[in-house]
Design a protein around this ligand. Structure first.
Ligand code: AMP
Ligand code: ZN
Length: 465
């Protein structure tokens, strides 16, 4: 298995610490709003990575945090607490906000066929561990108290700039506009481990600690949750590319100073999903969540298919047109498979199975080349293998692709509601003799391969393959 490692800036052979078990940590959502489809692209790639490793024969233990405290609007200890701002806006408590959006996130995972990580741990349930880590960092001289807060001293960690691959001056220039002067800090990139005294006087969630009544910084959460659940030696740590600096950089610094040795061997970062106007972000307020796609009549699995068509290290540009194209391709694929199912024949040819499986493994092992993995699937369908062998391989590949390839057609409740609403609107338009509106509604449905028919019993629809 070869993987691109941000730490070494090279595609490297993956060697697990323990041959039998791969430990994998993936940064989870900050639950102040719905995950946008950019976040979901990252989670889809991480899901393929976990399932692909299992396909190669590894056991994988994966852990993810849920950030329900401490993540500020600026990653460098600036701005406001994201959850607190949302709670104020929605007139709810921070914990209610966290609970609501955690459930929404888990529902998104399910709708995208993303396996729930074995361990999911909310930040607020690990306060004792942050305190333990901060205590040791203070004792060993890696952290200091200033202005009532505890900060990590970045000048004490010589490898601080290794992950980003950028010099201190270069980084300072890059983040100049985002850095708010904090006179408590000794060095500009020092970061808060524990806040007792800050501008967030009305912070809702606070805990007692040896450093005063307060709350943890965002970065310490991931280090603590990873070490607590996966041990001192981590194989893979994932996240979006925006996490490289400062979040993952800070995680490495505090974890390695706490542990006294190297912590994680492979850092895997997923590129962004952009829309035509640029990066999608929750805080920009114009982000698209999965519900908004479903409301427009798109199947979440088509979004997964769309993501798998491109490499995780390439920026993917999203538009409704590209999603329409993915819908067509996915529907065609499903109809081919349906045909195979209706005409199943022949004994499974296991020697051929192995040949195709090897190609599929090779595609995955090539730095998780998902588009090549899809090509392997199409190669099976196009091949002269008998139908039962094809179906066997499709089911097998779908353990990693998770595109519901063998599932019978069932349309989601959301899609059904969408179509019924459109039909009702069209009937209303016809009643009002607004035929151009009626036609445009029919055309809109048609562009999604939904064909409506007016019968004596009323309007019916069919999904065209
Ligand atoms: P957040 O909920 O903001 O902490 O982000 C959750 C995950 O999504 C992190 O791993 C981010 O790096 C990743 N992410 C954020 N924005 C995007 C985007 N536009 N495309 C892909 N991944 C993203
Ligand atoms: Zn994290």
């Amino acid at each position: 298995m070869k993987l691109y490692n941000t730490l070494t800036k090279k595609v490297e052979e993956f060697i697990a610490n323990d041959k039998k078990l791969v430990t994998m940590y993936t940064c989870g959502p900050t639950v102040y709003y719905y995950a946008h489809i950019g976040n979901l692209r990252t989670y889809i790639s991480e899901d393929v990575l976990e399932k692909g490793l299992k396909y190669l024969g590894y056991n994988v233990k994966r852990c993810m945090n849920i950030t329900d405290v401490g993540h500020l609007t600026g990653d460098g200890d600036t701005g406001e607490d994201k959850l607190m701002t949302a709670a104020k806006k929605e007139h709810k408590s921070v914990l209610d906000i966290a609970k609501f959006y955690t459930e929404a996130f888990l529902k998104d995972l399910e709708r995208l066929n993303i396996k729930k990580p074995e361990i999911i741990s909310p930040a607020t349930e690990n306060i004792d561990f942050y305190i333990k880590m901060i205590n040791k960092l203070l004792k060993d001289g890696y952290a200091y108290e200033s202005g009532g807060n505890i900060y990590f001293d970045t000048s004490k960690f010589s490898k601080y700039y290794e992950l980003s691959g950028r010099s201190k001056d270069d980084l300072l220039l890059a983040v100049r506009d985002d850095v708010e002067a904090d006179n408590n800090k000794k060095n500009p990139f020092d970061f808060g481990l524990w806040f007792t005294n800050s501008k967030f006087k009305d912070q809702e969630l606070k805990w007692d600690s040896p450093f005063g009544h307060g709350y943890p910084g965002w970065h310490i959460e991931c280090s603590a949750i990873a070490i607590r659940n996966l041990g001192e030696y981590l194989d893979i740590h994932c996240g979006g590319v925006d996490n490289i600096f400062p979040h993952h950089t800070n995680e490495i610094a505090q974890s390695e100073c706490y542990l006294g040795h190297k912590w994680c061997n492979y850092w895997v970062h997923m590129e962004f999903l952009n829309d035509k106007s640029g990066k999608m972000s929750k805080s920009k307020g114009d982000s698209k969540d999965l519900n908004s796609l479903i409301e427009k009549g798109y199947d979440p699995i088509v979004y997964r298919y769309f993501c798998l068509q491109s490499h995780y290290r390439k920026v993917l540009v999203y538009s409704l047109e590209s999603l329409d194209m993915a819908t067509n391709a996915y529907n065609k694929l499903k109809s081919k498979i349906k045909n195979l199912k209706n005409n199943s024949s022949g004994d499974i040819d296991y020697s051929k199975v192995k040949e195709y499986q090897d190609k599929f493994k090779e595609a995955f092992s090539n730095d998780m080349n998902t588009s090549l993995m899809l090509t392997c699937l199409y190669d099976v369908i196009k091949s002269d293998l008998n139908n039962n062998t094809k179906l066997y391989l499709i089911e097998d590949f779908d353990k990693v692709l998770s595109l519901s390839l063998l599932e019978d057609e069932k349309i989601s409740k959301e899609l059904e509601n969408y179509i019924s609403e459109k039909i009702a609107l069209r009937n209303e338009a016809k009643k009002n003799k607004d035929y151009s509106l009626a036609d445009s509604i029919r055309d809109e449905l048609l562009s999604k391969n939904i064909v409506i028919k007016d019968t004596r019993e009323g309007t019916t629809f069919e999904i065209r393959k």
